[in-house]
Design a protein around this ligand. Structure first.
Ligand SMILES: *[C@@H]1O[C@H](CO)[C@@H](O)[C@H](O)[C@H]1NC(C)=O
Ligand SMILES: *[C@@H]1O[C@H](CO)[C@@H](O)[C@H](O)[C@H]1NC(C)=O
Ligand SMILES: *[C@@H]1O[C@H](CO)[C@@H](O)[C@H](O)[C@H]1NC(C)=O
Ligand SMILES: *[C@@H]1O[C@H](CO)[C@@H](O)[C@H](O)[C@H]1NC(C)=O
Length: 146
């Protein structure tokens, strides 16, 4: 029973550590060759956690003709073109107290991308709770290349 409760608490704390993509908004328009700011939020919780790393990627859903919508593909766990790998250090922003702890990453949309939908994927690895349990998660959103 005790270990069950501990597991449940760990699962709850793992969920509470989830990141989300604060920007760009779903279906935002982006331009090949231009940089976009990817804001990765990690809402604050009472559970301690130690950030390890994230990776950010863009995957063109449309294939060669750019016509296939992302909804037609399973993009879970698909980073595609990796644009950032490295440390993740979410912080409150001075002057933007309403934002959760986050970090902004400026990444370049590959100039070779054709018009069509692309999936923006973020993979997140952290250690949570007193036991420093490793968690991995993946979040994604859809952007439109024009
Ligand atoms: C999509 O892919 C992920 C990772 O490979 C897998 O866990 C998930 O079950 C897949 N979802 C569907 C609806 O096929
Ligand atoms: C991150 O970008 C948002 C706007 O996209 C801005 O409001 C916020 O202050 C930035 N955060 C930091 C830490 O610079
Ligand atoms: C654009 O993104 C790349 C990474 O994709 C980065 O190295 C570069 O510093 C960014 N440029 C600006 C002006 O932020
Ligand atoms: C992204 O993740 C959501 C779940 O949060 C899912 O419904 C959606 O189909 C995924 N794919 C894209 C390309 O947005």
């Amino acid at each position: 029973m005790k270990s069950f409760l501990t597991l449940a608490a760990l699962a709850a704390s793992a969920l509470a550590q989830s990141v989300n993509i604060g920007s760009p908004a779903d279906m935002s328009t982006v331009t090949p060759g231009n940089n976009i700011t990817v804001q990765v939020n990690r809402p604050n919780t009472l559970t301690g956690s130690q950030e390890v790393a994230i990776a950010i990627g863009l995957f063109p859903c449309g294939g060669t003709d750019g016509q296939t919508p992302c909804a037609a593909t399973n993009t879970t766990g698909v980073l595609g073109n990796v644009l950032y790998t490295g440390p993740y250090n979410p912080q409150y922003a001075d002057g933007a107290p309403s934002l959760p702890p986050h970090q902004n990453f400026s990444v370049q949309v590959p100039s070779t991308f054709k018009s069509g939908q692309v999936s923006l994927g973020v993979a997140h690895f952290a250690l949570v709770g007193a036991s420093m349990m490793p968690i991995y998660e993946f979040v994604n959103t859809t952007l439109v290349v024009q």
